[in-house]
Design a protein around this ligand. Sequence first.
Ligand code: GDP
Length: 452
Amino acid sequence: MVLAQLGGSISRAIQQMSNATIIDEKVLNECLNEITRALLQADVQFKLVREMQTNIKKIVNLDDLAAGHNKRRIIQQAIFNELCKILDPGKPSFTPKKGKPSVIMFVGLQGSGKTTTCTKYAYYHQKKGWKPALVCADTFRAGAFDQLKQNATKAKIPFYGSYTESDPVRIAVEGVETFKKENCDLIIVDTSGRHKQEAALFEEMRQVSEATNPDLVIFVMDSSIGQAAFDQAQAFKQSVSVGAVIVTKMDGHAKGGGALSAVAATKSPVIFIGTGEHMDEFEVFDVKPFVSRLLGMGDWSGFMDKIHEVVPMDQQPELLQKLSEGNFTLRIMYEQFQNILKMGPIGQVFSMLPGFSSELMPKGREKESQAKIKRYMTMMDSMTNEELDSSNPKLMNDSRIMRIARGSGRQVREVMEMLEEYKRLAKIWSKMKGLKIPKKGEMSALSRNMNA
Ligand code: GDP
């Protein structure tokens, strides 16, 4: 999960507050201080964090909260709203329309992940039925065309570029014309980057933009620069009309929170985030589901989206049926462990659920987590069908636990630990009980219901 560390610290702070018998000023302050520390560590600007803290205290007036009010819920909601405010630029981005040609120009510094992101963006839309095409107008960096060509070929996306032409404007114009004739509806123009913001880069960007008249200019930025993203995003905005931002490398940097909030402060919408080097490590960025996930509330709309996107059609009904029954058996846990180990498409889906990835497979500790999952599976191999298919926790009495431990060559303590893990995941799973399979466009309604 993106920003797992930040999310983990915030949800732990909320959890600790919930564990307190009485939520008074002191408990609330401790929780807010913990969240403040976590946000500052993620490089979110001090001023924003301070404002957030003041606002929450204003909203959550503990004295006014009548007895019987669920204080924890009110505080959690206030934290949710404030984090959304920090990340929301308050401005939607231009959305291209399928079937109608749109020119999308990508700009950014060299090394930001611009070329990789162009292909990810094309690939994402191609999977949704668009007809994308890639134009390499980066004549500055040697090898740029080869890189784009290689990526495009892998994803079976048409591309345009030249080894000999050195004028980026000419290539961009020719590429756009070619693909318009071929009825492509998403013509993506990759432009040159430089190591730093310099006049030549901005001048070239302006010329390509003037010649191709893009419907949308996307600025690609590396998240590792944290709150310095504000100045970088502003500088690009002033030179060319940036309509949206994609923040990359959110998988590897603790400063992602700072980068996202800094971009929001420039009033540019972040539309996607890059979460890895692979083509499909790319996520739509939507403030509410993102914060929801960050707080461990689960990104239900993203989860359903992902199910529709990556689970083969014929397996969707069965999976959704199991989810809607809310009955989490040890056998289902076993199957999900298999998926997670394969990290196949369903593994990716489950990594979006709270608890499945952040706690079971924390980033950076994948090896240990895999070993743990394999250990759990060995123990489950010693279970009877009745045990695997039951969702009655009382069934697992001492003699059964001892038998499983003996059968798998493990300690009783380890079997108990595995059963505790099962209970934890069953609790998460049970939240999906009654899940309705949403039709397109109903995702946000679902997300509201599940978070309520
Ligand atoms: P460009 O110079 O801006 O076109 O950057 P490239 O597309 O060549 O990317 C630079 C490096 O960043 C490459 O090694 C990419 O694989 C890597 N990269 C791009 N996006 C991501 C991302 O979201 N996560 C990670 N971990 N690496 C990325």
